[in-house]
Design a protein around this ligand. Structure first.
Ligand code: BTN
Length: 257
């Protein structure tokens, strides 16, 4: 059971989550907000579903989450400036908000993995899928979909990064209402940084990215590149040092070694 009243007491935002849709079952909360016929049109609308029948991850993967145990939700952003590097910063703001919320509430040490995985003790506890709708060249809507493993303690399937949950790492049962409100409270604040202090987002993100300076491989489709993870640039792209050359990486799965 998700206690909507308790969640509302904890929510301290102006816009994000003020229009809140709570569903028992949907295909995907991202699709719910992206589907034009649903007419969700208010900036900051949040859809939380107890179960997703077709939960999606990055690169056509499936996001598995047991019913009622975790948080699978999406946030609609519209009527905003999405130009330049802003979309990438929304991506970093999403994983940073999840990291800060978990650190604040449960004192767990979070690592962030480029482009936007949230890890505890090297295992994945949350993932983010950003999708958008454009009209011509203009991005009209951005949906940031967030899946957090909260109280689930066994995971079936084959995973690139082994999964974990906050309960598994902290040993405690987690109040999902408190966590979701904290993520949304922080997300709204960090979104404001995109206008006020965008470099702070990257600085705080990089401070949690353990792979910088390490030997890595980046896999994109059939192609694997090897090098040193030199940095993340101002736009959010990974800079890979290969010999004397610096390459900009836009997409890919990063592994150590
Ligand atoms: C990833 O790490 O591959 C991204 C996972 C994103 C999962 C969330 S759950 C809520 C939202 N709805 C979806 O279908 N996917 C995202």
């Amino acid at each position: 059971m998700f206690d909507l009243e308790f969640f509302d007491i904890k929510l301290d935002t102006e816009v994000v989550g003020r229009n809140f849709i709570y569903a028992d079952e949907v295909d995907s909360t991202n699709s719910t907000l992206l589907n034009k016929s649903n007419k969700y049109d208010k900036d900051g609308t949040v859809v939380l579903s107890e179960k997703q029948n077709e939960g999606r991850g990055r690169k056509d993967s499936v996001w598995y989450s047991n019913k009622g145990m975790n948080l699978t939700f999406s946030i609609l952003l519209k009527d905003r400036d999405f130009s330049g590097r802003r979309i990438n910063l929304i991506n970093f703001a999403s994983s940073l908000a999840v990291a800060l919320a978990i650190e604040n509430l449960y004192q767990l040490k979070i690592a962030l993995k480029w482009p936007n995985d949230v890890l505890i003790n090297g295992k994945k506890t949350a993932g983010i899928l950003i999708e958008s709708i454009s009209a011509g060249k203009k991005i009209e809507k951005v949906v940031t979909g967030i899946g957090i493993n909260v109280n689930q303690t066994s995971f079936q399937g084959i995973f690139k990064i082994p999964p974990t949950s906050i309960k598994e790492e902290s040993g405690n049962n987690i109040e999902r209402e408190v966590l979701l409100a904290e993520v949304l409270n922080i997300f709204e604040e960090v979104l404001q940084w995109i206008d006020d202090k965008p470099d702070e987002i990257l600085k705080d993100w990089k401070a949690r990215c353990r792979m910088i300076g390490e030997k890595i491989s980046v896999t994109e489709g059939d192609q694997v590149r090897y090098g040193i993870f030199d940095d993340i640039d101002d736009e959010g792209f990974l800079i890979l040092k290969t010999g004397r050359k610096y390459e900009k990486i836009y997409f890919g799965d990063v592994s150590i070694g």
